[in-house]
Design a protein around this ligand. Structure first.
Ligand code: DX5
Ligand code: ZN
Length: 221
């Protein structure tokens, strides 16, 4: 499967966002990763409904909305998304994960199920027909700038195997958290397809956005 980059938009320089979007479009960036937090599922607030709306209106890059919110099935209608966009909901955030995934599909978007580092892969078993991708958190969700939870590398390999053995070879794996250039290479070798690029790579302080994108592409090749 094609290796894709999804920049974590909470890490973007908000004073320079139009120019950064143009740079991302020039490089053929595949998705815009938008973290939505509610202060309940995780202890933080970041981006929201209006940010998704503005990105949809002003960029041709499909969205990759990551909902870190309680009971997402009751709130999906607040968000603007559609065909070509990914929307991820956390297994741990609701008793009705299948309903949430179904709602995303009904809106014409691509459902993705997100798993925290400690959540077993077995929870995927009965939602396989309902998903286009699995988001494996490689840090505990909520904050940028954290260190990789090391055993999640092995979880990527195990997840690819789990999906392939059941015939779901087209279900993609996204990784989110401390996707540094070094970790990205290991994650890619383990079978990750979509890389959420944050403060550890594309938006690192010591490089330009152009350099960061080129270096990440090289790492996941
Ligand atoms: C949370 C976020 C973070 C972060 C990724 O879901 O997506 O994981 O922005 O960037 P890093 O970990 O590189 O700061
Ligand atoms: Zn995220």
């Amino acid at each position: 499967m094609k290796k894709q980059i999804s920049p974590s938009m909470m890490c973007v320089d908000f004073m320079n966002i139009a120019a950064d979007l143009a740079t991302m479009e020039k490089h053929g960036i595949e998705y815009l990763h938008i973290d939505i937090m509610d202060g309940e599922f995780v202890n933080n607030y970041t981006l929201g409904t209006d940010f998704c709306k503005v990105m949809k209106k002003n960029s041709s890059i499909p969205l990759d909305i990551h909902l870190m919110i309680e009971k997402p099935e009751n709130k999906l209608s607040w968000f603007e998304f559609g065909e070509g966009d990914y929307v991820s909901v956390h297994y741990e955030s609701t008793k009705h994960i299948q309903r949430a995934l179904q709602q995303i599909k009904q809106r014409g978007a691509k459902p993705m199920i997100a798993l925290n580092p400690a959540t077993p892969l077995e929870v995927l078993e009965w939602v396989l027909p309902d998903i286009d991708a699995v988001l494996l958190m490689t840090v505990n969700p909520g904050f940028a700038g954290q260190k990789l939870v090391p055993q999640t590398l092995e979880k990527i390999t195990a997840c690819r195997k789990f999906l392939d053995e059941r015939g779901y070879t087209n279900v993609e794996i996204e990784v989110d958290g401390n996707v540094s250039f070094e970790n990205a290479r290991k994650m890619s070798d383990a079978g990750a397809d979509i890389f959420v690029a944050g403060s550890s790579s594309m938006f690192a302080k010591d490089i330009t956005l152009d350099e960061g994108i080129e270096k990440l592409r090289e790492a996941i090749k």
